[in-house]
Write a protein that binds this ligand. Structure first.
Ligand code: 5RP
Length: 223
């Protein structure tokens, strides 16, 4: 099976977590896109969706799914999103698509975080994937120095030679060379740096369920 077929399989499996008549939180990225395509097939049975990025909102709308502003929503039963890495304990690195802040905000409102990922994302220790940190532009250099002091190698994220801007108008610093044995402690330490908006560690509030795509079928991990 290709990686896309594995992503499609978990996207399909995630539909069972969508609660009829309710709002569903939707993540960002290629796996989340497959999920949106599946969600479109049952769009008549949900109240609407909260999007974790402008790209996701656009894809939801293109399928005729109602997109609600999070400020209109007090609670939602489930948030469904991909991950760049996930541990056997449900801690994740996210933000490969630069949507980490809105992802973390939307997930914080949901009763349950369902992570959908192909099997390559399961790791024992987080950190091989560069850790994304969303930063206020004027704080880029000072935050980079502090991330280096934590043992990482900070790199400003560029696309076509130009700094990537998040949907919130901020920069992304990717931190290479981090081994993160205690993700919750690292999440707190980085979030505590002045100028950091969000770190892409989802450990203090990680996944509740992970649907992992493997050649033998969808494995379900419950945390
Ligand atoms: C976007 C994310 C994505 O969930 C993460 O990058 C995984 O993406 P993909 O499903 O394309 O592998 O955090 O900010």
């Amino acid at each position: 099976m290709t990686q896309d077929e594995l992503k499609q399989a978990v996207a399909r499996a995630a539909i069972e977590y969508v609660v009829e008549g309710e709002i569903v939180g939707v993540g960002t990225g290629s796996t989340a896109n497959f999920f949106i395509d599946e969600l479109a097939k049952i769009k008549g049975s949900i109240k609407g969706a909260v999007a974790s990025s402008e790209a996701t909102a656009e894809r939801l709308r293109s399928h005729g799914i109602t997109v609600l502003d999070l400020n209109q929503v007090d609670s939602m039963p489930v948030y469904i999103d991909g991950a760049d890495e996930i541990t056997p304990f449900g801690a994740m690195i996210k933000g490969g698509g630069a949507a980490l802040t809105r992802e973390k905000i939307a997930a914080s409102v949901a009763g349950k975080f369902v992570c959908i990922a192909d099997g390559s994302k399961l790791v024992d220790v987080l950190g091989n994937f560069p850790l994304p940190v969303e930063v206020i532009p004027m704080a880029q250099r000072v935050v980079a120095r502090k991330l280096a002091a934590l043992g990482g190698e900070p790199r400003l994220r560029l696309k076509d030679g130009v700094p990537v801007l998040t949907d919130n108008g901020n920069l992304i610093i990717d931190v290479l060379g981090m081994q993160i044995p205690d993700p919750a402690a690292m999440e707190a330490a980085i979030n505590n740096i002045t100028g950091v908006v969000t770190v892409g560690l989802f450990a203090r509030q990680g996944a509740n369920v992970c649907l992992l795509g493997t050649p033998d079928g969808v494995r379900k991990l419950i945390f």
